[in-house]
Ligand binder design. Structure first.
Ligand SMILES: Nc1nc2c(ncn2[C@@H]2O[C@H](COP(=O)(O)OP(=O)(O)OP(=O)(O)O)[C@@H](O)[C@H]2O)c(=O)[nH]1
Ligand SMILES: [Mg+2]
Length: 465
């Protein structure tokens, strides 16, 4: 336990109904005794835990009133940090909070580092590292789905699974180590078979968790989708329709969009970064040429391509060039302007695509009309279906790159253990790999994480959390 007492403004800067100063540590109650006068004159340190008490904050040096406030008090170990904690619920203005903060410093606290309250909760064993990280994710969540994933992690859904895997691996290690300690009980072939089966079950569960990492990343970082096509097919109209805002200029002049336009859309909880691009064609216009180059660059950065084709025109050379890009990335095809007499049907496009796709998977074609506003919902659904592997509302999702890395390390180590068992290697070898598996798992919840990494994790938190 830290011997010092920390203080921070826990609410964001600016004006608000309330502003909170949080103080945690052994001197928290004494500090409150110095600067807070309850209406009943009872000293704050004598108050019951988990109560909110009305009173005044005074500067003891001159008796001046700093603010009228509510004092929240939580006694160790039943607080966020597990330490004695007080929270001054003041009026939410910068001058008020500054002054209260100064008083808490004067009576023995020091300024908290970012995330230090949560770090204490972790170091004092109230939450594990994965849960601590979930706190930051929860605060940062931009969509409801991201919030849900973080909340699941905060209440310990991921930790439970890691704990379970940890126990299974530790049991296995105990079995293997028994044969090291008592060599007369050498692992016979039959034992090796059951132990390798157990190790394989652990490997399967690790694979299952790792599988969710791709979706987890999408949830956190979002997905970049490029809208590509030759000029005048309706790319900018599509961007506007997806956003439900007139963001990009739309005209009947081919080559209207010169620069890429990027906007973010919340699609069922996934942040989607949509990029409208300049129509790709051969051109002598130097400005348009730069735009076309940018369209190509966007294509390389995107996670998914939406390739737009004009149904009211026959497929031509320019379409051809763009359709050839389909093997580079996951792609969706939009056959737009279906309100006009059809010159290119879905079947025409499909026939054409079977000539160029190498994946063997039937391409997805969505028919749309931006004039009649049809096909847009269908397209939205397919955009996500194309990139998501699973149902994101499931309870455990790996959303953190650090967790993914640790899981991969555990997965590699257990694979080595399985290989060693199959090759009837000595028990020492197998034990080594099983210990490495435990280390990987331990990293996630913070059993084996070193101070450097801890420092980096908590430095990303906001002040006062
Ligand atoms: N009839 C019909 N016209 C459409 C449809 N979608 C777009 N248009 C028209 O097609 C023209 C070109 O639309 P844009 O959205 O600017 O096309 P673009 O692909 O962004 O064109 P560039 O920026 O030049 O590459 C405009 O006149 C639109 O009104 C549609 O579904 N049906
Ligand atoms: Mg355009």
């Amino acid at each position: 336990m830290d011997a010092d007492t920390i203080t921070a403004v826990a609410t964001p800067p600016g004006e608000g109904g309330i502003g909170i100063i949080r103080v945690s540590g052994p001197s928290a109650f004494q500090i409150a005794d110095h600067i807070f006068r309850t209406a009943s004159r009872l000293l704050p340190s004598g108050l019951k835990s988990h109560t909110l008490t009305y009173g005044r904050i005074l500067d003891p040096d001159n008796g001046q009133i700093v603010d009228q406030a509510l004092l929240g008090l939580m006694r160790a170990p039943h607080s966020y940090t597990t330490e004695n904690t007080v929270e001054f619920n003041c009026h939410g203005g910068n001058a008020v909070l500054q002054q209260v903060m100064l008083l808490t410093l004067k009576y023995g606290a020091r300024v908290a580092e970012p995330g230090e309250f949560t770090k204490r909760a972790f170091l004092n064993g109230r939450i594990d590292l994965a849960q601590a990280e979930a706190v930051a994710d929860l605060i940062r969540a931009k969509t409801d789905l991201a919030r849900q994933a973080a909340a699941n992690q905060l209440v310990g859904r991921l930790s439970e699974q890691i704990h379970h895997l940890n126990e299974q691996t530790a049991d296995l290690l105990a079995l293997v180590e028994a044969t090291i300690d008592f060599p007369e009980e050498e692992l016979d072939l039959l034992d090796l078979k059951t132990t390798s089966q157990k190790a394989e079950q652990i490997a399967e569960q690790l694979d299952y968790l790792l599988q969710t990492a791709g979706d987890g990343r999408l949830l956190k970082e979002g997905l970049k989708i490029a809208i590509l096509g030759k000029p005048n097919v309706g790319k900018s109209s599509l961007l506007n329709s997806l956003l439900a805002v007139d963001r990009a200029i739309v005209t009947d002049i081919p080559g209207t969009t010169r620069d890429t336009i990027e906007e973010t859309l919340n699609l069922n909880g996934i942040p989607v970064h949509l990029v409208d691009t300049a129509g790709i064609r051969q051109t002598d216009d130097p400005i348009e040429q730069i735009g076309v180059e940018k369209s190509h660059a966007t294509l390389t950065e995107a996670d998914l391509l939406i390739i737009v084709v004009d149904a009211s025109m026959p497929l031509d050379e320019s379409d051809q060039q763009i359709l050839e890009k389909v093997n580079l990335k996951p792609a969706l095809f939009v056959l737009n302007k279906v309100d006009l007499p059809i010159q290119t049907s879905s079947v025409d496009l499909l026939n054409h695509l079977t000539g160029v796709t190498q994946t063997g998977i039937a391409p997805t074609i969505v028919q749309t009309s931006m004039i009649q506003q049809t096909g847009i919902e269908d397209l939205k659904e397919r955009m996500l279906a194309q990139v998501l592997d699973a149902d994101l509302s499931q309870s455990v999702l790996i959303t953190n790159a650090r967790h993914e890395e640790a899981l991969r390390a555990a997965r590699t180590a257990i694979a080595h253990a399985i290989d060693s068992m199959k090759a009837v290697m000595s028990a020492e070898f197998i034990a080594l790999d099983l210990r490495a598996t435990l280390d990987g798992l331990g990293d996630i919840v913070g059993h084996t994480t070193n101070d450097d990494i801890l420092g980096r994790i908590f430095a990303q938190f906001c002040i006062g959390k």
